[in-house]
Design a protein around this ligand. Structure first.
Ligand code: PLP
Length: 379
């Protein structure tokens, strides 16, 4: 009975153009993926600075695992509270300008854990309708009331705030949106925060490392709590939450997704410390990222493509899910990989191609992409 239900659902996913079949990758090198005998130019990586592809980081991380072992073999709350992890958290807090930091095994777990633990029945969560699925999961699990506001519309957020109890309201947003690629109006958001006094949780997963002074992101003036993942610009895995010491203490005591999971090993913390030093020195990579991203966006717009995004994530509006899948498949046949983002990642009927630029891309890569895209989309 269960199997039939799953088969039927899978079939309807296929019929709606929503079925997911990830590309099988043999290995990656720099900006290329190797699939079968093909070398594919990757426009779907979140390795924004190219650190994950760098030999330097591979050696550092390998050495850290050699020195510190492969596993913490315990929850942080049992026998996994290593000094190195505490040191790394202090370094992250100091670098990003927060009182404290807390590592999680992933950004998904961090959002789920922190939002579902800090908010509860009787609270209200007001959220940008395009926040990440992990934040939505945290919000739904929290027991709080919630209300969405239109994507990046501060006037709509204001309307929601006018009807809320400020002392018990939290607002969830992102600084650089993962799918739309647009930026939060930080100053406008700060003004609302001053006026209404809500708790602000800003997901900087796509901004930390890549944007802001030395990669410090964009939201410091606006965020009470910020989330960063180490799996994107930091070239590793795992995540960090930046917060006050009291909130950290609270999560240590009440956050089930933190308490009941094996903590990331010391080797991870050692690597995170090394990466923080590297990130600070990556001004050239950030400059290149900015340049190739602008070239891509302008080039596409000049070619008449509906391309949007304020930084290194560029969204190409396609609409129909099947068409988005078809264009992506045609590009793959030309050895270019770009993700067709479809429902539920984006709203139904609003499929996009999501281009992720990295510091490894060049001007030639941009020209090549635009040429092939025009053919694939028949412009
Ligand atoms: C905005 C945002 N938040 C959180 C996450 C989750 O981070 P992680 O990949 O570390 O689980 C992602 C990853 O896709 C993301 O885009």
């Amino acid at each position: 009975m269960f199997t039939n239900r799953y088969r039927e659902r899978l079939l309807s996913q296929k019929q709606a153009g929503l079925y997911r079949t990830p590309l099988e990758i043999e290995r990656k090198k720099g900006k290329f993926l190797f699939c079968g005998n093909r070398k594919v130019l990757n426009f779907s990586s979140n390795d924004y600075l190219g650190l994950g592809a760098s030999a330097r980081l591979q050696l550092l991380v390998a050495d850290n695992f050699r020195s510190h072992g492969t596993s913490s073999s315990s929850s942080r709350l049992v026998a996994g509270n290593y000094r190195l992890i505490n040191e790394a958290e202090r370094a992250y807090a100091a670098f990003f300008g927060y009182e404290d930091a807390l590592f999680f095994p992933s950004g998904y777990q961090a959002n789920l854990g922190l939002i579902s633990t800090l908010l509860e029945k009787g609270d209200t969560i007001i959220f940008d309708k395009h926040i990440h699925a992990s934040s939505v999961k945290g919000m739904v699990s929290s027991g709080a009331d919630f209300a969405g506001y239109n994507h990046n519309s501060l006037s709509h957020l204001r309307k929601r705030l006018e009807k809320s109890n400020p002392g018990r309201t939290a607002v969830l947003t992102e600084s650089l949106f993962s799918m739309d690629g647009d930026l939060l109006d930080i100053d406008g958001f700060c003004r609302l925060k001053e006026e209404f006094g809500f708790l602000s949780i800003i997901d900087e997963a796509h901004a930390f490392g890549a944007l802001g002074n030395k990669g410090r992101g964009l939201g410091r003036t606006a965020a009470d709590i910020a989330l960063g993942t180490l799996g994107k610009a930091f070239g590793l895995f795992g995540a960090f939450v930046l917060l006050s010491s009291t909130l950290k203490e609270y999560l240590f005591n009440f956050c089930s997704p933190l308490i009941y999971t094996t903590t990331l090993p010391e080797a991870h913390a050692a690597s995170a410390l090394h990466i923080l030093e590297i990130i600070e020195q990556c001004d050239d990579e950030r400059k290149n990222l900015l340049q190739v991203s602008s070239l891509m966006r302008q080039g596409l717009q000049e070619a008449g493509v509906a391309a949007s995004g304020d930084a290194h994530i560029i969204a190409l509006t396609i609409g129909d899910e099947k068409r988005a899948g078809d264009i992506s498949a045609k590009l793959l046949a030309e050895d270019i990989f770009v993700l067709p983002a479809r429902y539920p990642t984006v709203p139904l009927g609003k499929a996009i191609l999501r281009i992720s630029m990295t510091a490894l891309h060049t001007k030639n890569d941009v020209t090549h992409f635009i040429e092939k895209f025009k053919k694939a989309a028949i412009i």
